[in-house]
Design a protein around this ligand. Sequence first.
Ligand code: PGA
Ligand code: ZN
Length: 431
Amino acid sequence: MEAVVQQVDAREILDSRGRPTVEAAVVLNTGHKGVASVPAGASTGTAEAMELRDGEPHRYGGWGCRKAVANVRGTIARALVGRSFAHQKELDAALIELDGTGRKERLGANAILAVSLAFARASAACRGIPLYEYASDMVGFRAARLPRPSVNLFSGGCHAGRQVSLQDVMLVPHAATIDDCLAMVFSVYQEAVRWCRERYGVRPLKADEGGLAPDFPSSEAMLDDAVRSIERAGLTPGRDMSLAVDIAATHFVKDTTYILDDESCDAEKLIARLEKWSERFPLVSIEDGLAENDWEHWPILQQKLGAKLVIIGDDLLCTQPARIEQAIRLGAAGGLLLKVNQIGTLSEAASAWRLAHDAGWHVCVSARSGETEDHWLADLAVAWGHSIKVGSLAQSDRLAKYNRLLEIEHQTGWPLWPVAARSTIHGVEDS
Ligand code: PGA
Ligand code: ZN
């Protein structure tokens, strides 16, 4: 006998930008309870599922989530209470059907995902297993490895007032444990603070994900400064610590022209620039090197650089199975940035993971720039990710995830995935 949903509740809480978001709670008749809250992006893709916001200009500038909360407490609760669901997929299918729209705009992806996650937590508790095991079971794959952290060092673009175009420069430590990775990142981050002070004459302010955001003269200077910070920490770039970048090119394209810092260029020129950067800097992955709808040029980028590093699609793919299938068919990328709230339920994100996995891609499980202290993302990354992208070693919304990874490492002792791992080197599949 499966557990019956006894109670579904929700409320507004505040995220790391001080904006409201949705926290949902699901209680089963066994007494097990799951609570989960959802994040929000700023550098969003147009194909993402719809977050329902109140749009009342005088309350939180329109960012309120009272309508989404009311949808959980009303329509969703009425539809779920008293029913049992054999799998996560059954619950998610009920939510999708109840919403009935392509982008979840009726009930709101924020309302739906909060319930999907809270149900997952309650079900994992009911089965007496950790959430990462529950997520592994969902896809029938248990790798027993931990995701390699990709930690934000410098921010530009939408996350830092657009002082330069490049959105994120991340540190990818080569250490063997989460514990050692974080200690290495800490020393580079501290060196970067000192270096920025010397170079820019100010204590650098922090951007949305805790990344340092001084007035870099150019995107390339961000990369130079990152390499310099690694060296000043006594580490060897490319051997002890590599870099990953999120170009977030969707956010500096106009029609077919990219405006990188102050320079206008076409896609070919931008690709040539990325090639140059991949030669000059120890890059292991490039995310959104081109805009979300530039399907023509993504395969060229993948062809030129895909063997050397991982070409990751974020806005391009939006964790949407149809877009991922298209990218696989066209050979447009080699990695998926997996963000559950881009699609709106855990099961649909699992389908996205399955496609990427079967194509031999790299999977990076990612937080959003607006986060809460909830740490379900760490469990999801352990189950599904070769790497995890959470932001800097700063702010409790980021640290909650790192602390949960440390806890899982402490409990399991599992090794980390290699740098820029791909699904082809995976171990054994469960049936
Ligand atoms: P977002 O950006 O969470 O602000 O959308 C993160 C990213 O682009 O990866
Ligand atoms: Zn991105």
